[in-house]
Design a protein around this ligand. Structure first.
Ligand SMILES: Nc1nc2c(ncn2[C@@H]2O[C@H](COP(=O)(O)OP(=O)(O)OP(=O)(O)O)[C@@H](O)[C@H]2O)c(=O)[nH]1
Ligand SMILES: [Mg+2]
Length: 219
């Protein structure tokens, strides 16, 4: 079985992959998400970084399993790495029956968009500090995303940035993407993000009822 299929067949999960720009606020949004959804969902995190477990350590304090994957010289996670992470989850938490596996990809604006990891939904994050033109200059991630979080909206009063224009540029690339402006600092927009995550999990649960074991990884 290919590693892509292993990830896609992960029972009752909706892996979400947030991946764009170092420092866009991926880990900050994940921290908020773990706190907000702790009571209702069993969550695991696969945390990809080129080096260090700094982000994984930030997330471990919330009590959910966090698998750290160092990609070394590679600028993105691939499906084999994520499948390996899922099997580590299975080994440490048997039987695996997670409602949601969140995957933080390496912060990078090109590579993570080009390599599938088998996620059921892809979330891109773009900070308002990056400017309105980035969706036009780096279109691939925006074309691939199911959801775009426009992050750090609390900084809007200090910047000359037009959030409506960012959203319009993204829609030009991808008319179907769900766009949610958020601030992990003030909490603005996060309720809408949590609703979107819950909806992904419930849609996925309807498609694939829970099972008690994972498919084996052969490659
Ligand atoms: N003002 C403001 N700062 C934020 C917000 N979210 C994150 N930050 C700050 O932005 C910096 C990067 O946040 P992270 O959550 O580490 O970003 P990341 O995308 O996970 O970064 P990498 O994993 O290194 O690519 C930190 O200094 C955060 O405190 C926000 O909503 N508002
Ligand atoms: Mg991070």
């Amino acid at each position: 079985m290919s590693s892509l299929k292993v990830v896609r067949d992960m029972p009752r999960t909706a892996p979400v992959c947030g991946a764009i720009f170092p420092g866009a606020g991926k880990t900050a949004v994940l921290e908020r998400t773990l706190v907000a959804l702790a009571a209702e969902l069993k969550i695991a995190v696969i945390e990809g970084d080129m080096t260090t477990e700094l982000d994984a350590d930030r997330l471990r304090q919330y009590g959910f399993p966090v698998i750290a994957i160092n990609t070394g010289r590679s600028c993105h996670l691939d499906s084999k790495m994520v499948a390996g992470g899922i099997h580590r989850l299975q080994h440490d938490h048997n039987p695996v029956d997670f409602d949601l596996v969140l995957v933080e990809n390496v912060g990078n604006l090109v590579c993570p968009a080009e390599f599938e990891v088998g996620e059921h939904a892809k979330v891109a994050l773009l900070s308002i500090t990056e400017g309105e033109d980035k969706p036009l200059k780096y279109p691939i991630m925006f074309q691939e995303a199911d959801c775009l979080l426009i992050t750090k909206t609390d900084l809007a009063p200090y910047l000359e940035v037009n959030i409506e224009q960012i959203a319009a540029n993204v829609r030009q690339m991808n008319p179907h993407v769900t766009i949610i402006p958020v601030s992990a600092k003030t909490g603005e927009g996060l309720e809408q993000w949590f609703r979107w995550v819950r909806q992904q999990v419930s849609d996925r649960a309807k498609l694939q009822p829970a099972t008690q074991s994972l498919p084996s990884l052969k490659h």
